[in-house]
Each structure stands twice: as structure tokens, then as C-alpha cells.
Design a protein. Structure first.
Length: 158
């Protein structure tokens, strides 16, 4: 059992401004919450760029703003984490499988296959995921394309 197993996966959807609070165990000094938030943003800058995510700190809250990509990236924590990836951030499609399956990569691939549109995931070998089972490296698919596919399915009446 690793020392960081208590840090949950961070989940959000496309086109969302998620307010995230750092785990208490990852904040070096609770009097300086804004500094911890800024350190978190600095540590995850490259991962955020991969998924086109913006982050900012405001009034002690950490905002994670997702845009049009879906996928997964490793997340580093300040303080006791020593900048080592300790969990994953998953950006899911805004519209989709209604919770029927937890494997949203599989759901999007099935939707693309049904509509005969090819979607290719991109990978960045330098960003290895920590907790996402079955996903050895971060992947993302252009969510706008998935939504177009979803609309095609609705128009066909299936």
C-alpha cells in the first residue's frame, strides 16, 4: 500500500470550471493555502497543457477549467508529495453514456465506430498515469468530434 493511496482521482467534464480543494495532507502549511494552490498549478502546468486545461487560484479555491478535450493526465501535489505524480485527473465527455459504463474511452470508441467516424487518441509517453486502470499513458480525444458523432446517432433515431 503506497503512502498516497488516499488521494482520490479528480474527475470533471468538458467545458467545466471545477472547484478543487487540495487534500489537507498535501498542504505544507495551512496558513499559506494560496501558495500551495500556486505550487499545484506550477507542478501540473505541462499536464494541463496536454489537455488544454486552465487553472487558477481565487479566494483560496483552486479552479480547474476544462475545454474541448477529454482524457486523463497525472497530477502532482505540492508539499509532502515532493512533486511526484500521486493521482490522475480525468476529463470526461460532457454528454454521454449516462453512467451505464465507467469506461468512457470504450463508450466514445463505440460511438465513433457506430457513426463510422475515426477518432484517434493521442498519447504522451512522458506523462504516465497513476491510478487509471487500463490506460497506460494519458489519452485524449477531441470532444467536439464525439459530440458531432452523438448528434448523428440521435438524428438516426437510435
Amino acid at each position: 500500500m503506497g503512502q498516497d493511496n488516499h488521494i482520490a482521482i479528480i474527475e470533471t467534464k468538458t467545458f467545466t470550471d471545477k472547484i478543487y480543494h487540495l487534500p489537507k495532507s498535501m498542504i505544507p502549511d495551512h496558513r499559506y493555502l494560496n501558495e500551495a494552490n500556486e505550487a499545484f498549478l506550477r507542478l501540473n502546468r505541462k499536464s494541463f497543457e496536454f489537455l488544454n486545461i486552465n487553472g487558477y487560484s481565487q479566494n483560496g479555491d483552486l479552479h480547474i477549467v476544462s475545454h474541448n478535450f477529454v482524457g486523463a493526465i497525472p497530477i502532482r501535489m505540492p508539499g509532502k508529495g515532493k512533486g511526484k505524480p500521486v493521482t490522475d485527473l480525468i476529463v470526461k465527455p460532457r454528454y454521454g453514456n449516462s453512467g451505464k459504463t465507467k469506461d468512457w474511452f470504450e463508450w466514445m470508441a463505440g460511438l465513433a465506430e457506430f457513426t463510422k467516424i475515426k477518432l484517434e487518441p493521442e498519447r504522451k509517453e512522458q506523462l504516465e498515469l497513476v491510478r487509471s486502470a487500463g490506460t497506460p499513458t494519458p489519452q485524449y480525444l477531441l470532444a467536439a468530434e464525439v459530440i458531432k458523432c452523438f448528434l448523428l446517432v440521435i438524428r438516426k433515431g437510435h
